[in-house]
Design a protein around this ligand. Structure first.
Ligand SMILES: Nc1ncnc2c1ncn2[C@@H]1O[C@H](COP(=O)(O)OP(=O)(O)O)[C@@H](O)[C@H]1O
Ligand SMILES: [Mg+2]
Length: 479
């Protein structure tokens, strides 16, 4: 039963993180140089973008491409295009482009020609310049700030890419293509839109005049393989001991809220936690954008729907949740709680759907509680604050904090239990936390995970359910 925590703490000491003494040397070093040593200011983006000659070449290619694109649209039978297979279409595009280049007396080397044909193909069938980034598996997020600036996120770090759009019109055309494919519209009177791409990636766009310097686009790419518990332990997101604790918490059906900022790894954590759910249980998931990838057999997935262009047809997360309660779930997982559905979520947690989970946007466990209180107030529920808090404290057992630290690493910075009420206040106890101790010269965070020394409020429950955690797990000196 107790499969996670295999290490015998006495026989085999748990791997110890760098001792707290390490950072003590860093300040000593700076003290030796000058009294006030400022760090060099980071390079401006423009200096990194590339040299002039390369840019001119790109510009020229861009102009040729635009011209060719117009030509292609005139010459290709767009209706037939949908049925054409890829090889056929590529041949066709390359034939037309050769013709045009020849007619205009433009000579390109083989590399540029291949590149040009690829870009034309992407323009005609896909999302133009974005296509390369969408296909690049190392890219997690794509952030477009107007036509000339595209940033990408790779392993937690933002970097500028050398890909650009020709101009705002070009960018708008691609945005239009994306949103019209999902039956939405974006224009001056409807300046922003949230949508899901065919591959599951999440797409958001905001266009001028609300976006001042050109359209803003953000794409969170759909990860085909979500990170599992073992991956996260290997990446240092949390420790094996914390994983063992979380396994006990999920298996014994504690109600869990994962809290964190945008992109902090909430969904990833929720997904990983769900792997501890027994395969025999019926799980219903509710999300804005279906991202979770549960491994269990018995899973019913729901995706809420925003209103359409005419403002009709909305199916809110709350609608889904209300209906889910009539569908005999063992557990309910709500991708993110951000509105009125909080009422039904807490009710579900309180009324027999133990082991339910969700995420919220908050910066700490305490902040998470205030968020819940705010959401309840915003939903128009008039209840004395004490009643609201007692509702929260009896519904939620555990708050898990996900954070994206300044060096781009994502860590579970705190695991906190809710233990009840003391007067008007919800009482909580932290069990594990990430202890930050310093910064390396190249700005990597130094720190380690530690138990706080507080024994779980649920230890007896864990034991009764067969997840008897050794007491060393709560010992701050063994981690
Ligand atoms: N511990 C981690 N180590 C590395 N990458 C991670 C980690 N946790 C999450 N990620 C990646 O970070 C990105 C954002 O994670 P996600 O769970 O979608 O965040 P959120 O739901 O908080 O917005 C994803 O690409 C995900 O794969
Ligand atoms: Mg998320």
């Amino acid at each position: 039963m107790f499969s996670r925590y295999k290490k015998q703490p006495s026989a085999q000491p748990v791997e110890t993180p760098p001792p707290a003494a390490a950072p003590a040397t860093a300040p000593a070093e700076t003290a030796n140089t000058t009294a006030v040593a400022r760090k060099p200011i980071k390079k401006k983006v423009a200096e990194v973008v590339g040299n002039d000659k390369e840019r001119k070449r790109k510009e020229r290619l861009g102009e040729i491409k635009l011209e060719l694109h117009r030509e292609l649209l005139e010459n290709l039978n767009l209706a037939a295009l949908e049925k054409a297979d890829e090889a056929e279409l590529r041949t066709e595009i390359s034939a037309i482009s050769s013709e045009v280049l020849e007619a205009r007396n433009i000579v390109l080397n083989r590399e540029d020609r291949t590149q040009l044909n690829k870009e034309l193909y992407d323009e005609v069938t896909g999302l133009g310049p974005l296509e390369t980034l969408l296909q690049d598996d190392t890219v997690n997020d794509i952030l477009v700030n107007g036509p000339q600036q595209i940033f990408v996120e790779r392993s937690g770090k933002l970097e500028i890419s050398d890909i650009t759009f020709k101009d705002e019109k070009h960018l708008m055309r691609i945005i239009d293509k994306i949103v019209s494919a999902v039956g939405r519209r974006v224009d001056e009177s409807n300046p922003y839109v949230d949508a899901r791409l065919a591959d599951g990636s999440r797409f958001n766009a905001m266009v001028p005049p609300i976006a001042v310097d050109g359209s803003l686009v953000s794409i969170r790419k759909f990860k085909k393989d979500k990170l599992g518990i073992d991956d996260l332990v290997n990446f240092g997101a949390f420790t094996e001991e914390m994983a063992a604790y979380l396994q006990a918490a999920v298996s014994t059906r504690l109600n869990i809220i994962v809290s964190g900022g945008t992109g902090s790894g909430k969904t990833t954590t929720l997904n990983a936690l769900s792997s501890f759910i027994d395969d025999a249980e019926r799980i219903l998931t509710i999300e804005d954008t279906a991202e979770l990838q549960l491994q269990q057999t018995h899973v019913g997935r729901m995706e809420s729907r925003p209103p359409n262009v005419e403002g009709k047809g909305e199916v809110s997360p709350r609608d889904c949740l209300k209906n889910a309660l009539r569908m005999r779930p063992d557990r309910i997982i709500v991708g993110e709680t951000r509105g009125a559905e909080v009422i039904d979520m807490l009710q579900a947690m309180n009324t027999g759907h133990d082991g339910s989970m969700t995420t919220i946007h908050a910066n700490s466990a305490r902040d998470g509680i205030s968020r819940l209180e705010n959401m309840i107030a915003m939903a128009g529920i008039e209840m004395p604050i004490k009643a609201v808090r007692s509702q929260i404290s009896s519904a939620v057992n555990l708050l898990v904090q996900a954070s994206r630290l300044q060096d781009g690493s994502r860590r579970m910075t705190s695991i906190t239990e809710i233990t009840g009420m003391e007067g008007d206040v919800i009482s909580m106890q932290e069990i594990f936390k990430f202890q930050r101790v310093g910064l390396t010269p190249d700005n990597k965070i130094i720190g380690h995970f530690t138990a706080t020394g507080v024994r779980s409020h649920y230890s007896e429950r864990f034991r009764l359910w067969g997840f008897d955690l050794p007491s060393s797990i709560y010992d701050p000196t063994t981690m």
